[in-house]
Design a protein around this ligand. Structure first.
Ligand SMILES: Cc1cc2nc3c(=O)[nH]c(=O)nc-3n(C[C@H](O)[C@H](O)[C@H](O)COP(=O)(O)O)c2cc1C
Length: 190
């Protein structure tokens, strides 16, 4: 099973998540490589594809969205997992009791679910280092509404990421060990 973990990341928090997922897959004996989305020009040769993007203003990064749209027919024929890196903090609900994780699902995810039928989509907590922000992002962060949700810190939950990576490893192993022509009985299987 050859796997590629493709990511779009502006300040490298999502890159770190992608690298960690690939590392966990490798430790489980799965051939896995990590590539920045702009460096992926073809997907031939990969059995499984994991794609992740940082979230900005409720959206996946443009290059990640374009990558999925451009390769949608190939992706629809593969085992695909998606992840987003976004919410900052450790709370899963806001002051009004709204679910921050479900709320962080970007607008594109519904479209991707229908177009490529990924095996799963998972939202991970992200990170923010104010000293690295672009001028535009610094300005946005100064807005009162943004200040409350764009907290500084590294909130990536490595245990959560590991559990998710292992769920991918288990699913790939099940595909590999299934007898030829036997139906694969798995939740969400294509
Ligand atoms: C200007 C700005 C807007 C953001 N918008 C969102 C958002 O809409 N939803 C979300 O969950 N996280 C949002 N975030 C948090 C980022 O997604 C988070 O910092 C992410 O981990 C950054 O990943 P990266 O370093 O790979 O780019 C925003 C961060 C900034 C600076």
């Amino acid at each position: 099973m050859k796997t590629v973990v493709v990511y779009a990341s502006k300040y490298e928090f999502t890159k770190g998540i992608a690298e960690f997922i690939a590392e966990k897959l490798q430790q489980d004996g799965i051939l896995a490589e990590v590539r920045e989305v702009k460096a992926v020009h073809y997907l031939a040769g990969f059995d499984a594809i994991v794609i992740g993007s940082a979230l900005y203003m409720g959206h996946w990064m443009k290059e990640a969205t374009e990558f999925v749209r451009r390769n949608s027919s190939t992706l629809a024929d593969h085992q695909v997992w998606l992840f987003s890196s976004g919410p900052l903090g450790t709370e899963t609900k806001d002051a009004q009791g709204r679910d921050l994780i479900v709320g962080a699902e970007s607008k594109e995810i519904t479209e991707f679910m229908e177009a490529i039928h990924p095996r799963d989509h998972h939202v991970f907590f992200g990170g923010l280092d104010s000293s690295k922000l672009s001028l535009a992002h610094r300005m946005i962060r100064k807005l009162p509404a943004a200040r409350a949700i764009l907290s500084e810190g590294d909130f990536r939950d490595w245990k959560d990421i590991e559990v998710w990576a292992m769920s991918i490893a288990r699913a790939l192993e099940a595909v590999q060990t299934a007898p030829r022509n036997a139906p694969i009985m798995m939740m969400g299987a294509k």
